[in-house]
Design a protein around this ligand. Structure first.
Ligand code: HPA
Length: 237
């Protein structure tokens, strides 16, 4: 059953999906880490693949940038393709004082300046959180791999270029990193009775005007990929 944005049929996606923002990253993961790979989406070049990792079925699907985009793809995966768990693998800008370039962050929760939650018409503020099962599995896997990670709050912004320059304020509340997708993903997961987690590598530290080179981003990405795939393996045990 195709949707407006995903051409696959039911069963084309595994129960667990890794979601990089960049569809070419999805292709890279499929080509370099998965076996028995088939392409399951090409609509708008938002590439999606399904294969196996050490025998475990897993899909990788690009999400695009921003909450409207990941909102669409994650909604369709949860509601029309019976996906149970989505692990976003992305980049974030480090904003807490101790966060350094190339750090890996597990997004325990996600603050946002988005109106995404308005659709639920809640009589208060909703706190989008990661699935504890996924978060615990990722934290334990990182420990087993001897990979140090930071676990805490993210800020999912609707703006990359922000006139209000509000990052200092989020940093004061000890938010670890800024990115643009997790809050919508966590809300879609909650509404669908499903699971989500965001793992980010720190590609830049905007408050200190630091950023990684393309090559460093690739290395950081490999650590995160390894963590995400080993987490998938742990979850299947
Ligand atoms: N802002 C928003 N999203 C990001 C950033 C940033 O500085 N770095 C990586 N993703």
């Amino acid at each position: 059953m195709a949707t407006p944005h995903l051409q696959g049929q039911k069963g084309d996606y595994a129960e667990i999906v890794l979601m990089p923002g960049d569809p070419l990253r999805a292709e890279f993961i499929a080509q370099n880490y998965l076996e028995n790979v088939r392409c399951v989406n090409t609509i708008r070049n938002m590439l999606g693949f399904t294969g196996t990792y050490q025998g475990i079925p897993v899909s990788v699907q690009g999400s695009g940038m921003g909450q409207p985009s990941i909102g669409i793809y994650s909604y369709e995966l949860y509601h029309f393709f019976d996906v149970k768990s989505i692990i976003r693998i992305g980049t974030a800008g480090g904003i807490a004082p101790e966060v350094k370039l190339r750090d890996v962050i597990l997004g325990q929760a996600a603050c946002t300046n988005s109106n995404f939650a308005m659709q639920y018409q809640l009589p208060g503020t909703y706190a989008p959180i990661a699935s504890f099962r996924l978060l615990r599995a990722a934290a334990e896997t990182a420990e087993a791999l001897n990979l140090s990670v930071r676990t805490g709050n993210l800020f999912s912004s609707d703006t990359f270029y922000d006139d209000a320059e509000s990052l200092e304020k989020w940093s004061k509340m000890h938010v670890l990193g800024i990115e643009m997708e997790s809050a919508a993903l966590y809300m879609n997961a909650a509404r669908a009775g499903a699971e989500a987690l965001c793992i980010c590598t720190v590609s830049d530290c905007p408050l200190r005007r630091e950023s990684t080179s393309a090559e460093e981003r690739q290395t950081g990405f490999r650590d995160m990929m390894h963590l995400a795939l080993e987490t998938v393996k742990k979850l299947s045990e």
